[in-house]
Design a protein around this ligand. Structure first.
Ligand code: ADP
Length: 718
């Protein structure tokens, strides 16, 4: 179908044409034929890069034409930003395109008017907790990457859809999915049509090769691809491997000598990578060196700035090879002619496991750059002939697994039950059951339909036929959670109605697990009572939450850590007894110890060397800790724990900037971070007033001419 024949307004068609889109891709045409432009619900299940976004844009255009608004939900912040930039073009047609992905405290939410809203799922859910009317007029809800419903980020996806359907009956739901094993089930739940297709814009060849020396095979394949004008993406299963493979390929392939070079640009990027942190770590230097050799590694240990530099340099063709952990496959759009999978095995709690077919398909789905490549090639390397056969049978010819809801896990249910009560979605236990029955989870375990047996954690549901069904295990579980929330005084029952307490409402707004809040409140009340706020103890408390992934502990560290625990018992807020010393205590202690180093101004490099925590990972954990610290402060406020509130506020700033208490007033000034603040303080400039009084020449020496100049200007302005 020609784009000009699609029944949407001409100005949209003009935009698509200007982007070189002439014909709809076959799955897009199927979607149009299925009635997606008439407002019908649709699950579009096609491979990566087969143009799902455009289908959504067509449907959005139609909704806007009818005077409606559109909400586009993505799973990750990086993706939200990417889509927002892609949709900004609609501002030229006079539509308001907005992005929501920040702060999750819904009490701080202010109204934003939009026609097209791109948001992360969590942010959207958080807004719904504050203001449901914000979404009035929304005609279409697009759920991107809905196969992620099966991951730990998934439950909020189901909750969102369920809430939207309840609030706005008749809203159109368009779910975009990679290939999954049970798309019918998904579309049945959504009352949607299903368009399912394996079509891809660039042909893909899948091959499995066996080589005694995996690295040699990688090198051979990469060289061939690059000499033919390609780029290479290599997936391995550990961060350490990404680094060693990238480094070795860089020096062996000698790509600096391939054709005309833009070595200056590479040097420039390499320099920026080194400067991403105040003091470069071993990892930064290693990455900088790789980039000069036109390779890079990509994993969660990189800080955002570096990740983006690497991705852009790859998209621009400067970097030829990226060696990545599989997180890359789920994230941003980074196609490459050649994809090499070195490891199908991955570390898990139980040892080594084969990855799901779904993930394999996502990884190979990155092969083939539309516009540049006639074909994409995916090559998996087997370590034996036997494994080669296994891979061909189970992966190349295998079908992706069905996906299952993750909502039935206790912390997740607890989190959403409190929210349902606090934000008025359900006021009785029956209404709560009803609400959860509307989710994918409810659908998958619903008595009376043909069950898909739910694995793992979700095993304990009632599979009796509807006639025998009274209260199933799911409802018993919900009741148990309601009782618990009552006991914790987060909800109360008044005349058979469930209502939130002030505390409960605030916890729901703060977007934290009720159990986390309960854990914090216990410790904070104790601290307030004794007026005792040691930093290690507060940090250990913050780590006692499902939100914060704790650091792992290896066997070798264990004894040393216990010695440290014994030496710092007075710095902890909980008494150490059999009850507090649960399996996670040592992990909490270690994580808190690392945070303590950070707020005592240890460099990222020192933390990396002493604890093997890469800067990117440290940043992620610190961001969560900062948010939890803010939340703890808000809770102490509601409970009138005044001293605790003061301490949490200080700790929040210290976590954010990585500083001792004495620098707090300095970092509040724009342009001053931990390094500059320390220099100033050590030179006797300790407060804002000192700064005002200080001689500009002295300031210039301490923090550079430009910053000093700006600072003086800003202070003069106040
Ligand atoms: P998906 O969401 O399925 O991963 P995208 O929507 O990101 O795929 O599309 C991949 C690329 O294909 C984008 O660059 C997009 O502009 C392009 N594209 C989509 N549909 C068409 C089309 N009908 N004709 C030409 N290019 C298209």
């Amino acid at each position: 179908m020609k784009i000009t024949k699609v029944p949407i307004p001409d100005n949209f068609i003009e935009i698509f044409k200007s982007e070189g889109i002439e014909e709809l891709y076959p799955p897009q045409e199927m979607a149009v034929k299925s009635g997606v432009l008439e407002g019908r619900n649709l699950v579009l299940e096609t491979p990566t890069a087969s143009g799902k976004t455009l289908t959504a844009e067509l449907a959005i255009a139609k909704a806007l034409e009818k005077g409606g608004k559109a909400v586009y939900i993505v799973p990750l912040r990086a993706l939200a930003y990417e889509k927002y930039l892609a949709f900004k073009k609609y501002e030229f047609l006079g539509y308001r395109v907005k992005l929501e992905m920040g702060d999750l405290d819904s009490s701080k939410f202010y109204r934003v008017d939009y026609d097209i809203l791109v948001a992360t799922a969590e942010k959207c859910d958080s807004i719904l907790r504050a203001r449901t009317d914000f979404f009035l007029g929304t005609k279409i809800l697009v759920m991107d990457e809905i196969h992620l419903i099966a991951t730990d980020r998934g439950p909020v996806y189901e909750i969102l859809i369920t809430k939207f359907k309840k609030l706005f009956p008749g809203i159109q739901v368009l779910a975009l999915s990679a290939t999954i094993g049970n798309a019918e089930e998904l579309s049945d739940w959504l009352c949607a049509d299903l368009v399912s297709s394996g079509w891809r814009p660039v042909k893909l060849t899948e091959e499995v090769i066996f080589g005694e020396d995996k690295f040699m095979e990688i090198q051979k394949t990469a060289r061939k691809s690059i000499l033919g004008g390609g780029q290479v993406l290599i997936f391995v299963n550990s961060r350490r491997s990404t680094e060693s493979v990238a480094e070795k390929l860089g020096s062996n392939l000698k790509m600096q000598n391939y054709g005309s070079m833009e070595l200056n640009n590479l040097n420039d990027i390499s320099g920026k990578i080194l400067k991403a942190l105040s003091s470069p770590t071993k990892q930064c230097r290693r990455l900088g060196k790789c980039v000069k050799l036109r390779t890079a590694f990509h994993h969660a240990g990189l800080v955002n700035k570096q990740r983006i530099l690497v991705e852009d340099a790859f998209k621009g063709g400067l970097i030829k090879v990226i060696v990545a952990t599989p997180t890359l496959a789920a994230g941003i759009n980074l196609p490459s002619r050649t994809v090499i999978i070195r490891d199908l095995l991955r570390y898990s709690k139980r040892g080594m496991d084969y990855i799901p077919v779904l993930e394999y398909k996502q990884q190979i789905g990155r092969a083939g750059r539309p516009k540049y490549d006639k074909f994409g090639e995916a090559i998996t390397i087997a370590k034996s002939n036997k494994e080669k056969e296994f891979i061909i049978k189970n992966y190349v010819n295998g079908t992706p697994e069905p996906i299952y809801s993750n909502l039935g896990v206790e912390p997740v249910l607890r989190f959403h039950i409190l929210a349902a009560v606090a934000s008025d979605f359900a006021r009785t236990d029956k209404a709560i059951f009803e609400f959860f029955r509307g989710t994918f989870f409810g659908y998958q375990q619903n008595p009376g339909k043909n069950f898909t047996k739910i694995p793992g954690d979700l095993n304990d549901y009632d599979f009796r036929p509807a006639s025998e069904y009274k209260k199933n295990n799911f409802e018993i579980k919900i009741n148990k959670i309601i009782e618990e929330l009552k006991e914790w005084k987060f909800i109360q029952e008044i005349k058979n109605f469930l209502l939130p307490t002030n505390l409960g409402r605030r916890i729901s707004e703060l977007y934290i697990d009720p159990k986390t809040a309960y854990n914090y409140i216990k410790i904070m009340e104790l601290a307030e009572e004794h007026d005792h706020f040691p930093e290690l103890g507060l940090l250990e408390m913050l780590c006692d939450s499902v939100e914060l992934p704790r650091l792992y502990i290896n066997r070798k560290e264990e004894a040393g850590l216990w010695t440290q625990v014994a030496g710092s018992e007075h710095e902890l807020l909980r008494r150490l007894d059999a009850f507090t010393l649960d399996a996670t205590f040592l992990e909490r202690f270690k994580t808190a110890t690392v945070f303590k180093k950070w707020i005592n101004e240890y460099s990222e490099n020192a933390i990396m060397n002493d604890y093997n925590v890469a800067p990117g990972l440290l940043n992620q954990k610190l961001q969560i800790a900062e948010w939890l610290c803010y939340s703890a402060g808000e809770l102490s406020d509601i409970l009138s724990l005044r001293n605790t509130k003061r301490e949490m506020n200080k700790l929040e700033i210290r976590l954010k900037h990585g500083i001792k208490e004495e620098l707090i007033s300095l970092v509040k000034i724009k342009g001053i971070g931990r390094v500059r603040a320390r220099k100033l303080f050590n030179a006797g400039v300790e407060t804002v007033n000192d700064l005002r009084d200080a001689d500009v020449k002295i300031l210039e020496k301490l923090i550079g001419k430009k910053v000093a100049g700006n600072l003086k200007k800003e202070l003069a302005g106040n």
